[in-house]
Design a protein around this ligand. Structure first.
Ligand code: B3K
Ligand code: ZN
Length: 874
């Protein structure tokens, strides 16, 4: 396949005013009749071309007359029809095969033939697997959908839009119709049919609309949907309050499936969720999973305005809806839980996933300029970095200004397919600010490095901060431009007190926190009336997605770690200090940084006023992937060992007695309440147990075994199991056997059983993976299960996957080839684990290259997987 370029965008030659779909559902074969009313683009004379993949064409007619075989051609995914005019009506009837569809794109079967149900996934280009259509997001159409099926086998029939009648048919069949008043692109179409249970609630929108909220799942898990229903209602309220956005249909359906390629899908009026992000109950979900359910429910709901009412002109603009919607979800979660913990989580995620992506062969801009397979571009860059860009701009405009801008964006573009320029113009126009300099952030790949140097002039009482930026070349972008980088900062004196900021040029001091914007290569900022050498707290709240390079001393970072009032910055100082400590271990020095880190944290450990969840995060050094990201030649085994050493020093410094005492205090009357305080205690308890295991394994393992047995919920149970399994403690095998049996019929819990074992560090992992593959519950066909084993191994266990003998690579590439034949999207996603292989030390690099090359040479790879493998190998 050849790449598609942003610069080649053309308005559609034909659009579709209305579509009437009549779908006769069956597990093996389903017949889809469609009736399109066509509109031609007056400035084009191109023949009618519709997308269609793998459709068995049964009938075709134009304006009421069946078409002669010479009047149309169906080849290579395109149906070309002669003789269509503005206003023409095209009718087609096609057959598709849901049960045989293992790609989980288009119409497919979830679960078994006997008990499963039918559903669709159309983003990005799944609709063309269901019917002939101009399958591009800038063709907006009004949908009328009629579903027909056997009533016994498919008692529930759902499609997007409002219900518009249902009834009986001969031979035990029935029908149901849905009309969606809001024109939408094909990627937002959805249907669901089968035996499903529901829970529901009435909701009245702020503008008085009555809505039925309904969550559907298979009967055995319907009791696990209540938390999601609450989260949905809270999301709806929040969007009314924060953005003045009301829901716009009479019903809002949400359906859970165990067979799904990603997290969830925002189809209009009929969201479909991976069960992992919808079901939650204390016995099988951890606190983190509860928060993930809340976040994904909110994200999909928020898409109703940012994605559905205003959609994307083309897939290059994907971040227009994704980055913005991630940002809105982050705001919602920050409002609902702890803002600084949410920020810590999100920045940690960005560094673990997006920074490595942006530093390697798969680097691409938030708005890519070209792609081959769009499904490969649902990346951390488009989502997470995209959200950071919106955050920067929102910060620039302030809360009210951003709201004004969003109001104008909705006013201008409601019902349209928009671009990132449209978004920036609306935000800028509403505030009379030119935001076009931020476009460069969307167009340029790579994480900028922000270099900061502070100089204090005692004679003049001035502090001069010199900021400069540099972005390294990325594939296809050797030259980089300077970007506007907002740097939120404060200055501290050596006692840890914030100083008033008097920037040279300002009339007077202006608070203790300020945003300065670096918008050239290098710039100096002078602060006046600074009476002693200060410590600068830079990039507060992570005000721009950059790597900060600042030559802080360990003492300065320790000061910020101890005194910064803002939880995020405190954590950030600790992370930087841990990095220094790690580097000094790496170089084999006696380490001031390590001592400073340990001392500061040991002191904080004794402070009972600190939020336990924040303390847990402070006690966690950056992950192995983040450490690797800083090195030019990566040995993952060594990084793992050094990170362990670092944590060992910390545990030693805090001391066994203090750890034990805190563990016992946190364990007193354990329960599974979900309030923030209880979650925070569990989070710290886990961290304390992990640290204890480093200095007194025997005692920690005994406690973990006990915690496993008596845990009131999954958070404590999995934490204990994790310690036992990763340490390969004697108690691990009993606990694993127990877990395996207890959750034999709970796929989401069982996924965690696979994952916890796939994360055993070091060379032991491979044999474990090979054994787990043979577990009867393992299958490559289910994406969650495949990810729980191979995703966990390849993407979250660097020391296990990157074996020096290359056997981890061989195993993964073999499985990728098998998986590719079933589900190319998942195979391509898992293959991104190879990102960064060029920076491995020579032995591993060589082995990785061999494995990748032999994968690339296999016959019949999907376009999805070959694009990733090809790019990674570059
Ligand atoms: N928009 C979907 C993702 C679709 C992925 C297609 N391969 C989920 C989301 O971001 O909300
Ligand atoms: Zn999304």
């Amino acid at each position: 396949t050849s790449p598609i370029h942003l610069r080649d965008y053309r308005r559609p030659d034909w659009s579709v005013e209305t579509i009437e779909l009549e779908i006769d559902l069956g597990i093996d074969t389903t017949e889809v009749s469609s009736r399109l009313t066509l509109r031609s683009n007056p400035s084009s004379s191109a023949p009618l071309r519709l997308d269609g993949e793998g459709l068995e064409l049964l009938a075709i007619s134009l304006d009421g007359s069946a078409l002669d075989v010479h009047a149309y051609r169906y080849d290579k995914g395109v149906l070309e029809v002669d003789g269509a005019r503005d206003g023409s009506v095209l009718e087609t009837r096609v057959r598709v095969r849901p049960a045989a569809n293992t790609t989980l794109e288009g119409l497919y079967l979830s679960g078994s033939r006997e008990h499963g149900f039918l559903l669709t996934q159309c983003e990005a280009e799944g609709f063309r697997h269901i019917t002939f259509f101009p399958d591009r997001p800038d063709v907006l159409t009004r949908y009328t959908v009629t579903l027909r099926a056997d009533r016994e086998r498919f008692p529930v029939l759902l499609a997007g839009g409002n219900p518009a009648g249902n009834g009986e048919l001969p031979d035990g069949r029935h029908w149901a119709r849905f009309i969606d008043p809001h024109p939408k692109p094909g990627y937002l179409f959805a249907l669901v049919a089968g035996r499903l249970e529901n829970i529901q609630r009435d909701y009245v929108t702020a503008d008085g609309g009555k809505v039925k909220l309904v969550i559907w799942s298979e009967a055995n898990v319907i009791d696990c949907c209540h938390y999601a229903l609450d989260a949905l209602e809270r999301s709806m309220r929040w969007d009314e309050q924060a953005y003045g956005r009301n829901y716009d249909l009479d019903v809002f359906h949400v359906v859970a499936t165990h067979d799904f390629n990603m997290g969830a899908m925002e189809n209009k009026g009929l969201n479909i969720f991976n069960a992992k992000y919808l079901l939650a109950d204390p016995d099988s979900s951890t606190d983190e999973e509860y928060r993930a359910v809340e976040a994904v429910v909110a994200h999909e709901y928020f898409h109703n305005w940012t994605g559905n009412r205003v959609t994307c002109r083309d897939w290059f603009q994907l971040s227009l809806k994704e980055g913005l919607t991630v940002f809105r979800e982050q705001q919602f979660s920050a409002d609902s839980n702890s803002a600084s913990l949410k920020r810590i989580e999100d920045v940690a995620l960005l560094r673990r996933t997006q920074f490595p992506e942006d530093a390697g062969p798969l680097a691409h801009p938030v708005r890519p300029a070209e792609y081959r397979e769009i499904n490969n571009f649902y990346t951390a860059t488009v989502y997470e970095k995209g959200s950071e860009l919106v955050r920067m701009i929102a910060g620039r405009l302030g809360q009210d200004g951003f709201r004004r801008g969003m109001d104008l964006y909705f006013e201008r573009h409601d019902g349209q397919a928009a671009t990132i320029e449209d978004f920036l113009s609306a935000l800028g126009d509403a505030n009379r600010i030119d935001l076009s300099p931020y476009l460069a952030w969307y167009a340029q790949a790579g994480t900028p490095r922000l270099h900061a140097k502070g100089e204090y002039d005692a004679a003049r009482c001035e502090y001069t901060l010199t900021l400069s930026q540099q972005t390294r070349p990325t594939p296809g972008q050797p030259e980089k431009v300077s970007l506007p980088i907002p740097v939120k900062l404060s200055l501290f004196d050596r006692q840890g007190t914030m100083l008033p900021l008097h920037l040279d040029g300002d009339e007077q001091a202006d608070g203790t926190e300020k945003v300065i914007v670096l918008d050239k290569g290098s710039q100096r900022f002078v602060f006046k009336h600074v009476l002693a050498p200060p410590v600068a707290s830079l990039l507060r709240g992570f005000s721009a997605p950059v790597v900060l390079e600042c030559d802080y001393s360990p003492e300065e970072l320790a000061l910020l770690l101890t005194h910064d009032a803002d939880g995020f910055n405190r954590w950030e100082a600790g992370q930087q200090l841990a990095m220094l400590a790690f580097d000094s271990l790496h170089e084999g020095h006696h380490s001031d940084a390590c001592k400073a880190w340990c001392d500061a944290l040991a002191a904080l450990f004794e402070q009972h006023a600190i939020d336990p969840a924040l303390l847990a995060d402070l006690l966690t050094p950056p992950g192995e992937i983040e450490f690797a990201d800083r090195q030019s030649e990566v040995d993952p085994g060594r990084i793992h060992a050094q990170r362990q050493t670092l944590q060992h020093r910390l545990a030693e410094r805090i001391g066994i007695d203090a750890l034990l005492a805190r563990y016992h205090a946190l364990s007193a009357n354990a329960h599974q309440h979900l309030d923030n305080a209880s979650q925070a205690r569990r989070r710290l308890k886990r961290r304390v147990l992990e640290l204890l295991a480093l200095v007194d394994a025997g005692q920690a393992h005994a406690l973990a075994a006990k915690q496993y047995e008596s845990a009131p919920g999954m958070t404590d149970r999995l934490a204990a199991l994790g310690v036992l399994v990763r340490d390969r403690a004697p108690q691990a095998s009993d606990a694993l056997a127990h877990f395996r049996q207890r959750y034999a019929n709970n796929p989401l819990a069982l996924d965690k059983w696979f994952t916890v074992q796939a994360q055993v560090p070091g060379d032991a992992a491979l044999a474990i993976i090979k054994q787990l593959e043979n577990d009867p519950a393992f299958t490559l066909k289910n994406p969650n299960r495949a990810r729980s084993l191979f995703g966990a191994f390849a993407s979250t266990n660097p020391s296990g996957f990157h074996r020096a003998d290359g056997e981890g690579y061989q195993l993964l590439t073999e499985r990728l080839a098998q998986l590719d034949a079933l589900n190319p999207q998942i195979a391509a996603r898992l293959a991104t684990a190879f990102n960064g292989w060029q920076r491995l030390e020579p032995l591993r690099r060589h082995a990785a290259r061999l494995a990748l090359e032999s994968l690339a040479q296999r016959e019949g790879l999907s376009p999805n997987l070959s694009e990733i493998v090809g790019n990674v190998l570059q």
